[in-house]
Write a protein that binds this ligand. Sequence first.
Ligand code: ADE
Length: 238
Amino acid sequence: MALRVDILTTFPEMFDPSAESAALNASIPGRARAAGLIQWHATNIRAYAQNKHDKTDDRPFGGGPGMVMMCQPLWDAVTAVEAMDPRPATRIVLTPQGVPLSQAMVRELATRPRLLLIAGHYEGIDERVIEKLAPLEISIGDYVLSGGELAAMVLIDAVARLLPGALGHELSAEEDSFAEHAGQRLLDCPHYTRPREWNGMAVPEVLLGGDHGAVAKWRLEQKLVRTKARRPDLKGPA
Ligand code: ADE
């Protein structure tokens, strides 16, 4: 059965599955969706607002700039959307205050039957509804986006490509950056394609010789060298 992903957002048009140009409809996520491996639905939180102007946000208690997402519309949206499917949903709020997303987390999320992604906006979400929802809180990096929608798309893309059958080459995901070798996470090695020489620059000889053992050894060395040079912080599994 397809992995079901619900996105709760005030900008559902960003996830429009019928829009040719929508980011998630291109490439692997689009193919995974067409192949029935994953489906995503965006729900407008505003549709659940029970106030005069369908407001989803209000001014912060204590003062200060920006607005805060209100409890009621979000809580009602989550309960309504969860009731649309009997499978239990893993609730996730995308926020810069969350745990940094890692490939290990992506692998784990790709095994769940259903994900419910909540894209926060404005200054944040009223803490009480977060407490009541008890979601995983996930960040895609130490920078601030205008909202959680792009972060939700990043998560959906990373998960979609790991669903069995999504990648053309079954082994591709095992060769990715952050795949583990002997318990150590490694960056990927450099890649080359035709022509053999470009602008006076040659492809490493070992890749042209057809010796698969030698190629595998060279690639592993390159991964180790790259990881040490670029990401010395990448130690064991995460
Ligand atoms: N919303 C705003 N910034 C974010 C980030 N870095 N990660 C996840 N969600 C966010």
